[in-house]
Design a protein around this ligand. Structure first.
Ligand code: INI
Length: 154
């Protein structure tokens, strides 16, 4: 098979992408969504399907439903878990991450992790801006993984 993925293939022109985004801390997650949509557009994905859910804990089951339906090559999960604003920060952050990991391993559909876990709102805003945007980063990871898995699966 030779060497694959040394240079990431981010071409999205032939890919169908879903974005699941949490409404909790919506001021931050809207910025992540904007970043993800911008990166997708840059790489040829015109019209990603976007699904809003209440919070980061609802991201996994929604990603699972989408992955099982099989209509998308990759899923991008976006959320913001901010320590200063919750007593159960660890629970939300860990369960969301574990759930999303489980979905990709159980279904084989790549799920990019665009859930911010930060100490405070300022850190969350700094990672969802125009220059540094975790949503855009997750979008590129989703494209790379969709193309890589397609190559491996033939
Ligand atoms: N959901 C988040 O996405 N981020 C948070 O910081 C957060 N806090 O602080 O609790 C949060 N909680 C809601 C949770 O994801 C569920 O929506 C809720 O528990 C209902 O299941």
């Amino acid at each position: 098979m030779g060497e694959k993925g040394a240079t990431p293939d981010l071409d999205g022109s032939d890919l169908s992408i879903a974005i699941v985004v949490a409404r909790f801390n919506e001021d931050v997650t809207k910025r992540l969504l904007r970043g993800a949509e911008g990166a997708l557009k840059e790489h040829g994905v015109e019209d990603p399907d976007v699904f809003w859910v209440p919070g980061s804990l609802e991201l996994p089951v929604t990603a699972l439903a989408l992955a099982e339906k099989g209509a998308h090559d990759a899923i991008i999960a976006l959320g913001a878990v901010i320590r200063g604003e919750t007593f159960h920060f660890e629970v939300v952050a860990m369960q969301s991450a574990q759930g999303l990991m489980q979905v990709q391993l159980d279904t084989g559909v790549p799920v990019a992790f665009g859930v911010l876990t930060t100490e405070d709102k300022d850190q969350a805003l700094a990672r969802s801006g125009p220059m540094n945007n975790k949503g855009a980063e997750a979008a590129e990871a989703a494209l790379e993984m969709a193309n890589l898995l397609r190559q491996i699966q033939g």
